[in-house]
Design a binder for this molecule. Structure first.
Ligand SMILES: Nc1ncnc2c1ncn2[C@@H]1O[C@H](COP(=O)(O)OP(=O)(O)OP(=O)(O)O)[C@@H](O)[C@H]1O
Ligand SMILES: [Mg+2]
Length: 144
C-alpha cells in the first residue's frame, strides 16, 4: 500500500488540467527535476485526453488513475477507461496513426508517452475499454 493513490474522475477534457496536477503532486514526492515533472504531466495528459476523446467520444465516462512507487525512484501510472477500446493496439501506437477524421489530431499521443516515459503498456479490448500503464525512473540525485 504505502504511497499508492487511486483517483476516479470524469473523463471530460475540462478535467485534463486536474489530471495533470494530480500526477504532478504525486510524482513530486520523489523530488523529480522540473523536466521530469513536465514529462510525466504531458504523458498523463495524452493518456487522459485519449480516454475522453477516443474512449468516451467526448460524452464523458469514468476514468480511473492509479499511482504507485515501485521503488524509491520509479513511478508507475495507470490510466483506465471503460470506453470503446482499441481494435489494433500495435497500429494505434504507430506514430502519426489516428482514427480522427478531422484535422484536430496528429496521432502522436502514444509516441509522446513512449518518449517521455521508460515503459508503456496498453491493454485494450473493443467494447470493454483501455488501460495504459506507464513507468518512469526518476533521476533523483542528492548531493554532488
Ligand atoms: N483510450 C482510448 N480508447 C479508444 N481508442 C484510443 C484510446 N487511446 C487511443 N486510442 C486510439 O489510438 C489512436 C492513436 O492515439 P494517439 O494518442 O497516438 O493519437 P491521437 O489521439 O489520434 O492524436 P493526438 O494524441 O496526437 O491528438 C487514436 O486515434 C484512437 O483511435
Ligand atoms: Mg491522443
Amino acid at each position: 500500500m504505502g504511497k499508492e493513490l487511486k483517483v476516479q474522475l470524469e473523463g471530460i477534457l475540462e478535467n485534463q488540467g486536474l489530471a495533470r496536477a494530480i500526477a504532478a503532486a504525486y510524482v513530486s514526492q520523489a523530488d523529480p527535476t522540473v523536466e521530469e515533472l513536465t514529462e510525466v504531466k504531458t504523458a498523463v495528459s495524452e493518456a487522459f485526453s485519449n480516454a475522453a476523446i477516443h474512449g468516451y467520444g467526448m460524452k464523458g465516462g469514468t476514468v480511473n488513475m492509479e499511482f504507485a512507487f515501485t521503488s524509491k525512484d520509479t513511478v508507475m501510472i495507470k490510466i483506465m477507461d471503460k470506453g470503446v477500446g482499441i481494435e489494433n493496439i500495435a497500429m494505434a501506437m504507430e506514430p502519426l496513426y489516428t482514427t480522427d477524421t478531422g484535422q484536430n489530431r496528429s496521432g502522436m499521443g502514444f509516441t509522446v508517452m513512449e518518449s517521455f516515459m521508460d515503459r508503456i503498456k496498453v491493454d485494450s479490448k473493443p467494447g470493454e475499454g483501455t488501460a495504459v500503464t506507464m513507468i518512469k525512473k526518476l533521476d533523483t540525485y542528492y548531493g554532488i
